[in-house]
Design a protein around this ligand. Structure first.
Ligand SMILES: [Zn+2]
Length: 240
């Protein structure tokens, strides 16, 4: 029998079309099977599918139920979404005390969560108040995490963990596909590999960026230590 982790991996493959055809119905089924094993990640994604109608009819009550069960297993994204549901009354009545309780369990609670709240303007998706751009804190990060994949689940999980907790574009940690980079020129050698300068196209804007290559990227211990450095870097960016 497949483990919760294996089922989540299959769910992810079908959700983003990695080595299989994209199929939201199947993605939901795999996440649901993981959820039935009480796997925190499976419970989170099952809730997320209910929240946004991915491969199943939208149902906020079911979304909340699964987020809460995920939170109870200690899964970080489940904790965050449970706090959000209590804050905004998604699938459950608003409850300030319960929001605070779960919010305080979230390891990234210091993120500038509700900083840009604008009570005048409405979110295009949920008609709730807007927190920046045209979407709100409950819709904007959720839309962001659905819209891309690095094709590597570990990298996706790490970056989406931060994206899910970001309410403004300036703090958003992003995955940039290689095709967006032009004029790549080598400028030096570093500890792990080479350093390059490049120009990144972002819609019609271009930005100068620095690139680092990493040798032996496939080596598991090195890959994990690099993911850990990215984690630390993102934490600094968001918390300080
Ligand atoms: Zn919204």
């Amino acid at each position: 029998m497949a483990s919760g982790e294996e089922l989540c991996y299959k769910g992810w493959q079908h959700q983003f079309g990695i080595d299989v055809e994209k199929d939201f119905g199947k993605a939901f089924e795999y996440y649901k099977q993981a959820a039935d094993l009480d796997n925190g990640e499976g419970l989170f994604w099952t809730g997320f599918c209910y929240n946004w109608g991915i491969g199943v009819n939208k149902d906020d009550k079911e979304a909340f139920k699964h987020y809460l069960r995920s939170a109870e297993t200690g899964y970080y994204n489940g904790i965050y979404k449970t706090a959000i549901c209590f804050k905004f009354g998604i699938g459950i009545e608003e409850d300030k005390d319960k929001h605070k309780e779960w919010f305080n369990k979230d390891s990234l609670k210091q993120v500038r969560f509700y900083a840009e709240r604008d009570s005048e303007a409405k979110c295009e998706i949920c008609n709730n108040f807007k927190t920046g751009l045209s979407w709100c804190i409950t819709c904007y990060p959720d839309m962001t995490i659905q819209s891309w994949t690095s094709r590597d689940k570990k990298i996706d999980d790490l970056l989406k963990f931060f994206q899910l907790r970001t309410c403004t574009r300036c703090y958003l940690v992003k995955w940039i596909p290689f095709e967006k980079l032009v004029n790549i020129e080598k400028i030096g050698e570093g500890g792990f590999g080479s350093v390059f300068s490049a120009i990144m196209w972002n819609n019609d804007l271009c930005e100068h960026v620095a690139l680092k290559t990493i040798q032996n990227f496939k080596e598991v211990s090195l890959f994990n230590s690099i993911l850990n450095s990215i984690l630390q870097m993102c934490l600094c960016l968001i918390l300080y």
